[in-house]
Design a protein around this ligand. Sequence first.
Ligand SMILES: [Zn+2]
Length: 345
Amino acid sequence: MHTFYYADHERHNPAQFSQYASTGGRYSYLELPERVKIIRDAVRAAQLGPIISPGDFGIEPIGEIHDYGMLNLLQSGYRLLRETTLNPPYVPDTFSVRTYSKHVPRSVLGLLGYYAFDTYAPILEHTWSVAYWSAQTAISAAALVLAGSDRIAYALCRPPGHHASVSLFGGYCYLNNAAIAANWLVQQGQRVAIVDIDYHHGNGTQSIFYNRSDVLFCSLHADPFNEYPYYWGYADEYGEGAGQNHNFNFPLPRGTQEAQYLRTLEQALTKVRLFVPDVVMVSLGLDVVEGDPDGGFRLVTSSLAAIGAMLRELDLPVVVVQEGGYRLDVLGESAVAFFQGLLGR
Ligand SMILES: [Zn+2]
């Protein structure tokens, strides 16, 4: 397999601010640069294949998914906010409740609350460029698989993306890397099934494709009745319009262990088989592992290998996009186990 990795992701690091200090508290910022460095080192040590830098596919594939107003804010927000009396990290103090407000303000502070849906995605000096390259990392992996250069490509993205929708960012996510890459593949004539196995529901990805029949979205995640992102991810969300029956959520209780997880994954993979995709895209969240500070399932390293092996049985090209995973001491072995299962080793 080929792994894509953008080395300068470290320039985006919200945990450098005391408000987000990674102390393990309620508001600590767990999305650390070390996460993907640990995974990269483990992939290298396990000799899973070459690790290469992403190519630049430009802003267009990002603009195909995201609202340009939001992209403008992510791109210029830091500079504009520096001109106010506020200090970084920049998070909103007021949120737009769009059911009631259809007006987009001009004030940069107003825009911040219009496009952010929580306080977990502060805009820092290098946020835009790092998010941009995270999206390019996902597209590069998709392009490699499309070209037939390999059957498996891994986009070791940071920041993650699956909570970001067309015009909302949050949950450590700014641009929806998986959705951007999936849509790019659709434009090349591919049918894409996305299987999101992060602990949290991929609300952004769901919303982006909710009215579309050319991308299937299946997600296994913690029941949003109790867990972030709370408002999306319920089992009765099947898609709308042309997207009807192209969205399937499999909420699972806190404490879920391997046997129940794998049984549920089989149900999701049945939906994938019925869709008959050309490419499978996996939103890989390693926060499903027991002891993850942002998780609550009880999967272990060998569970990840079993998940990888089940995805291998689809016998399709696979693009894996990194999402969450915050337990630093097991991130490397978890990722390697998943890929060894996927590679049939
Ligand atoms: Zn997650």
